[in-house]
Each structure stands twice: as structure tokens, then as C-alpha cells.
Design a protein around this ligand. Structure first.
Ligand SMILES: Nc1ncnc2c1ncn2[C@@H]1O[C@H](COP(=O)(O)OP(=O)(O)OP(=O)(O)O)[C@@H](O)[C@H]1O
Ligand SMILES: Cc1ncc(CO)c(N)n1
Length: 513
């Protein structure tokens, strides 16, 4: 949770380049109709990093996750028309260059680059697809070499690195680093060495520049290999993400450190996309999926419950209370009302959690609920000590608070552990989800210190609470596995009802404060 919010920080302007929250990024690359590589991957990757993506198509491929079956390179005059149409109208903050196809295309791109001189140029020297198919005509390799000095960053994989130097492929990382240094010195640019083609558990990358442009000649960013065959388009995705982030940070090391965890997570979640029979694409937008959403584990009861929560979550984000909490424009009496009602609610919720402990079938669960019950009371007294002691707020139980707690108490009186857990869960799950989003939005806005609810928002994204939520989800899931069909139906109803109360609870300050 913490890392995803870190990557949302937009620096306020480092070096000479002002921070641009939505860099305009152009991909000059080939089309992959199956969507995993080429311009399709680039546009997703640029958007995933907050950029505005554009694409001038150098070549059309007919390919899928199994391989490339045909390549068509349209007349270069038409590529030039695309490039001119863009640059005559739009200021381009960064360019990513991918598949070029043949020497005529390379010449055209070189002539355009020399004229337009975009601030950031990342060149991914694409030669061979993951499937082994050629994407650059063999006779164009020398032309490609002559394009390298026009780039700020080159991102070869190990076979491409070897080809650019005219040497055999590096058998290990040390040799690759040595080759990278020589290539960087030869063409006077920064080289990003990629470890994807290494054998073994590690997947390191390294920025190399021997002319003093970096903090040191070699900056290595380690990575653990993700066990997946779905890595189609990782190179495209990485280079376009780097171009986008670099336009914001003007710092290659910072850019790589931001992009690499995103790419690793995109690989780690790739299998869930279920695209194609071969090497499928990575999941560019994994960070938009609720972190606690168990959708990947199809068949799980929790996923069934989550489907009930999604519309409610959307309603919550639409509430004036939540929007005001996020923008800081929420009237203070509403905030105070919310805090006071939350304290009252936590007291009732604590009793319900204690009941779950009493019904729990295992000691692990009994302990978890007993501890959670206690924690609730601690948070209640903290609310009184730190927040409510200095704020005027009624101590009367509001109508929504009463209804919600009554619903929980009634469910606990039914005696079914499984149904009780389903009723308990939304308070964890929706709260964790909303808290995480609110906190991420606050960080993304530059964590303004004059935000009246800053201190509150900071307490929201709590990894320990997220971990407890995951446990609560797992216990509910396990309870459902042993429940009758009738009980499972009651679980869904109890869960959905609590979700509705969660929304109503957030809306109550507007109505009753
Ligand atoms: N299985 C993996 N686990 C973790 N990281 C990986 C994995 N495969 C590739 N990477 C990372 O993905 C990026 C691309 O590396 P790679 O060497 O595979 O480039 P490439 O061959 O140009 O990619 P492509 O597969 O798109 O042709 C690098 O950051 C690399 O470290
Ligand atoms: C169009 C296109 N560009 C790049 C690659 C490299 O992954 C690919 N497979 N297809």
C-alpha cells in the first residue's frame, strides 16, 4: 500500500524541467493488434503513469501471444505525415521509439528527431520479439546504431546489447555491465541494461552512463524474477513508462525506481488477465484494481461478496462527505459529527467482534476477533483523547449509527458465525479501500500540509489495518466454505446490508450534523 502511494507523488520540479503532471508522450513504434506490445502497450503504459499518450505507427504486425505472422511497413512518407501532424500542433514532452522495421523508417525518424528535438527521447532498440520473430530488417542494424546518439536513454535487452556492439551475448550480469559501459561511452547516452534474459532468480536492471551524468557510472536496481510466462511486451511497457516518468522527474534513477516496482507488479498480476495461449501481456493497470479485491481467485466466496460491494463503493466515492474530506472543503461540524458517531459505532462494533470470538470455530480466529474487539475500544478512546477532546460534537447516538449497530447485533443474535462474519466484513473492507484511495489522492495532490484533515487522512492508509482486513476476508471465505446454501444466501444479504450502512454512515454528517 505504501509503495503505490509513493509512486503517485509528483515532484514539484527537479532541475530545469518543471514538473508536468500529465506529460505528453509520443510512441513511435509498431502496432501489435493483440494489445500486449508495441504502441498498444505503450499507450497503456503511458496512461498508467499519468501521461497523455500519442502514437505514430511505423509498422503493422499481425501477431498474438504465440508469435508474429506478418509485418507490413507502410510508405515512410506516411510516417512522416503522422509525425508532422503531431509536432506541428502539440508540444511533445517525451518520445519513446520502439519497432522501426527497416532502414528507411530509421532515416525518416532520425530526420524528424533532428528537427523537433524533444526533451526526452527513449530508444528501445527492438530487433526480435519475445517469440523470436524478427522486427527489424537485418540490413538495418547499422542504421539503428547511427540513431543511438540521438537518444537520451537506450534500453537494450541482452541480445540487443550484444548486437549493437557486434559481440556475443553476455553470459552473465558482470559481462553485461561491462558491455553496457562500452556502449554508453561509444554513443554518449545513458544505457538501461535489462536483466530479463538472465538465467536464475534475479531480474536486475542497471542505468549506465560513464560521462558523469548519473550519481555514479552504474546504478543497479535489483528485482526478483516473477514466475510467469506472461511477459509479452515488458520491454515496450518499461521504456514508455520511463519516458513518461522522466518527463516529470528529469531524473533517470528516480524514474527507474518508480517504474520498476510497477512493472514487477504488472508481471505478478499478468496471469489474471488470461489473454492468449502463449506469452500473454502484463497487467498495466493493476494499480487501479482495489488492492484487496480477490477477483483473481475466481470461485472464492469473497469475490462473490466483493461484487456486492462494488456499486456501494462507487456510491461512497460520490458522496459530498467523502469528496469534501478529500478536497479539505468539508465543513468542520460534519467532520466532528462523523468522529463522534464513529466512536459510538466502534463501541457497538467491539461487542459484535467479541461475539464473533465467542462463536469462532478455531483458536486462531477466536484470538483474532478478541484482539480486534479490544483494538476497537482502544481506537474509540484514542478518538476521544486526540480528536474529540478539542471539538464540539454531540455524544448522542445518531439514527444511522443506531441502525447499523442494531443490524450487527441482530445478526450476531442469529447465532451463525458465517453470517455474522459477512455482516462484520464491510466495515473492514470498505473502510480499508476508501481509506487507501483517500490517502493516495492526498499524496498525489502533493500532501498539502494546510489540508484541514491532513492528520486524519494520514492515519487512514495503515498497512496493519489492511493486513487485518485480509485476514477477516480469509476467515469469511473459510466460513462460507463450510456453510449451507441457505446460510451462504444469508451471508450475501447480511454483507450487502452492512455495505449499505457503510454508505449511509458516511452520508449521515450531511443529514444530521
Ligand atoms: N519474469 C520476470 N520477472 C521480473 N522482471 C522481469 C521478468 N522478465 C522481464 N523482467 C523485467 O522486465 C523488463 C524488460 O526486460 P527484458 O530483458 O525482458 O526486455 P525485453 O526482452 O526487451 O522485453 P520484451 O519481452 O518485451 O521483448 C526489465 O525491467 C526486466 O528486468
Ligand atoms: C509491434 C511490436 N513492437 C515491439 C515488440 C517487442 O516486444 C513486439 N512484439 N511487437
Amino acid at each position: 500500500m505504501a509503495s503505490s502511494s509513493n509512486s503517485a507523488v509528483y515532484p514539484v520540479g527537479i532541475g530545469a524541467v518543471p514538473a508536468r503532471p500529465h506529460p505528453r508522450v509520443l510512441s513511435i513504434a509498431g502496432s501489435d493488434p493483440s494489445g500486449g506490445a508495441g504502441i498498444q502497450a505503450d499507450l497503456k503504459s503511458i496512461a498508467a503513469h499519468g501521461g497523455y499518450g500519442m502514437a505514430a505507427i511505423t509498422a503493422l504486425t499481425a501477431q498474438n501471444t504465440l508469435g508474429v505472422s506478418a509485418v507490413h511497413v507502410p510508405p515512410v512518407e506516411f510516417l512522416r505525415q503522422q509525425l508532422d501532424a503531431i509536432s506541428s500542433d502539440i508540444d511533445i514532452d517525451a518520445v519513446k521509439i520502439g519497432m522501426l522495421g527497416d532502414a528507411a523508417v530509421i532515416d525518416e525518424v532520425r530526420s524528424w528527431l533532428e528537427e523537433v528535438r524533444p526533451a526526452v527521447v527513449v530508444l528501445d532498440p527492438v530487433m526480435v520479439a519475445t517469440s523470436g520473430d524478427r522486427l527489424l530488417h537485418e540490413t538495418a542494424e547499422a542504421s539503428l546504431r547511427s540513431l543511438l546518439p540521438l537518444a537520451d536513454l537506450i534500453t537494450p535487452n541482452l541480445p540487443e546489447l550484444a548486437m549493437l556492439l557486434g559481440e556475443p551475448e553476455a553470459p552473465d550480469w558482470a559481462t553485461a555491465l561491462d558491455q553496457g559501459k562500452r556502449l554508453a561511452a561509444e554513443c554518449g547516452t545513458t544505457v538501461l541494461l535489462k536483466g530479463g534474459h538472465l538465467a536464475g532468480n534475479d531480474c536486475p536492471d542497471a542505468l549506465v552512463n560513464t560521462s558523469g551524468l548519473l550519481r555514479q557510472d552504474v546504478i543497479e536496481v535489483p528485482g526478483t524474477r516473477v514466475d510467469t510466462r506472461n511477459s509479452h511486451g515488458t520491454g515496450c511497457s518499461l521504456s514508455s513508462a520511463l519516458a513518461t516518468v522522466q518527463a516529470r522527474t528529469d531524473d533517470w534513477e528516480a524514474s527507474l525506481r518508480e517504474v520498476k516496482p510497477w512493472l514487477l507488479q504488472a508481471l505478478a498480476t499478468a496471469d489474471g488477465l488470461k489473454v492468449g495461449k502463449g506469452s500473454g501481456p502484463v497487467h498495466h493497470f493493476h494499480h487501479l484494481e482495489p488492492a484487496l479485491n480477490p477477483a483473481g481467485k475466481s470461485g472464492d466466496f469473497a469475490a462473490r461478496l466483493w461484487a456486492e460491494a462494488v456499486p456501494e463503493l462507487e456510491a461512497i466515492y460520490g458522496l459530498a462527505f467523502i469528496q469534501g474530506l478529500q478536497s479539505g472543503r468539508l465543513p468542520e461540524p460534519q467532520f466532528n459529527y462523523y468522529l463522534a458517531q464513529d466512536a459510538i459505532y466502534l463501541n457497538g462494533y467491539s461487542r459484535v467482534l467479541a461475539r464473533a470470538g465467542a462463536l469462532a470455530p478455531t483458536e486462531e480466529e477466536q484470538l483474532f476477533w478478541a484482539k480486534s474487539s479490544q483494538l476497537c475500544l482502544e481506537v474509540e478512546s484514542e478518538l476521544h483523547r486526540d480528536w474529540l477532546s478539542t471539538r464540539p460534537a454531540s455524544t448522542e447516538t445518531g439514527p444511522m449509527t443506531r441502525s447499523y449497530v442494531d443490524h450487527l447485533l441482530a445478526t450476531s443474535a442469529s447465532g451463525s458465525y458465517a453470517v455474522l462474519l459477512a455482516a462484520i466484513l464491510p466495515c473492514y473492507w470498505l473502510y480499508a479501500e476508501v481509506g487507501q484511495q483517500l490517502h493516495a489522492a492526498y499524496v498525489q495532490a502533493g500532501a498539502p500540509s494546510d489540508h484541514p484533515y491532513a492528520a486524519w487522512l494520514k492515519t487512514y492508509a495503515d498497512e496493519e489495518f489492511a493486513a487485518a482486513t485480509r485476514k477477516a476476508i480469509d476467515f469469511t471465505d473459510a466460513a462460507a466454505a463450510g456453510a449451507s446454501a441457505q446460510e451462504r444466501k444469508a451471508m450475501v444479504e447480511a454483507f450487502a446490508q452492512s455495505c449499505r450502512y457503510e454508505t449511509a454512515f458516511f452520508d449521515a454528517p450531511r443529514l444530521f450534523a
